[in-house]
Design a protein. Structure first.
Length: 229
C-alpha cells in the first residue's frame, strides 16, 4: 500500500512532467518533429465498483487482463494509452510513468530505467539523457519473464515474477505495443520526485524528469530520424 506522501509524489511528478511537457517545449523550439501526447488517467479511489483481485478487465483494444494485484493499476491505464497511441500509426512510442517501486530498488532515487522493444532507440534515449544531464540506465526485457504473467482466465495477468518487478511491468506493457512500432518505456518512479536535498539543477519536489531528455531526443530525431543501429 502506498503512503500518502508517496501518492503525492506520484501526482506531483505527473503534473510537473506534463505541464512542463516535452511536447510544449518541442513546439516552442520549433523542432521538425510531430509529437502527440496521451495522458491516460483514472481515479484511484475505493468504491463499490473498484477493481478486486481476480477481476478480469478488458483493455482498450480487446486484450483481457486478470487482476492479481490491485496496486498494479498504473500499468492498466498505461496499456490503454499505448494501444490508443498505436492507432495513430506513429513512427515510435515513448511512454513515461512513475510505475514501480522496483525501479527504486534496482536503480535508486536519481536514475530512471529505460527498456523497450528496440535497442537502438532505447540507447539513443539513454544517450540523450546523458547529454541533457539526467540520469538514466538501459534495462533489458528478458523474454522468460512473460511466462510468469500467464493466466488461466485472461490473455495476461497484471503481475508476474516477484523478482525484477520493473522488468515485469515493462514486459506487461510490451504486450500492447503495435507490431513493428519501436517503443521505449521509461520508469521514472525515483527521479520524478526529489524528497532529499537539492542537487545540481534539481530542486526539492517534482523534478520534471525526463523532459530535458525527451527534448534532446527530439532534436536528434529532427536531425537524423529514428535510430536504426
Amino acid at each position: 500500500m502506498e503512503l500518502p506522501e508517496t501518492m503525492f509524489s506520484a501526482r506531483h511528478a505527473y503534473a510537473v512532467t506534463f505541464t512542463g511537457s516535452p511536447s510544449s517545449a518541442i513546439a516552442r523550439l520549433g523542432l521538425g518533429v510531430q509529437v502527440t501526447a496521451y495522458a491516460p488517467m483514472a481515479e484511484n479511489m475505493p468504491s463499490g465498483t473498484a477493481q478486486r483481485p481476480s477481476d478480469v478487465l478488458t483493455i482498450y483494444g480487446g486484450t483481457t487482463v486478470e487482476v492479481l494485484n490491485t496496486d498494479a493499476e498504473g500499468r492498466l491505464v498505461l496499456a490503454d494509452g499505448i494501444v490508443r497511441a498505436g492507432e495513430d500509426k506513429p513512427d515510435l512510442i515513448v511512454d513515461v510513468a512513475t510505475l514501480t517501486g522496483a525501479q527504486l530498488v534496482a536503480l535508486g532515487a536519481r536514475t530512471s530505467g529505460a527498456m523497450g522493444n528496440n535497442d537502438p532507440v532505447r540507447d539513443a534515449i539513454v544517450s540523450a539523457a546523458g547529454e541533457a544531464g539526467e540520469q538514466m540506465w538501459a534495462m533489458p526485457l528478458p523474454v522468460e519473464l512473460r511466462a510468469s504473467m500467464e493466466s488461466n482466465v485472461a490473455d495476461i495477468a497484471n503481475m508476474g515474477d516477484k523478482y525484477g518487478g520493473m522488468l515485469v511491468a515493462g514486459m506487461f506493457l510490451k504486450e500492447f505495443v503495435p507490431t513493428g512500432v519501436p517503443w521505449v518505456h521509461l520508469d521514472i518512479a525515483g527521479p520524478a520526485y526529489n524528497d532529499a536535498a537539492p542537487h545540481g539543477y534539481t530542486g526539492k519536489g517534482g523534478t520534471g524528469h525526463p523532459v530535458r531528455t525527451l527534448v534532446r531526443f527530439a532534436e536528434e530525431l529532427a536531425a537524423s530520424g529514428v535510430p536504426t543501429d
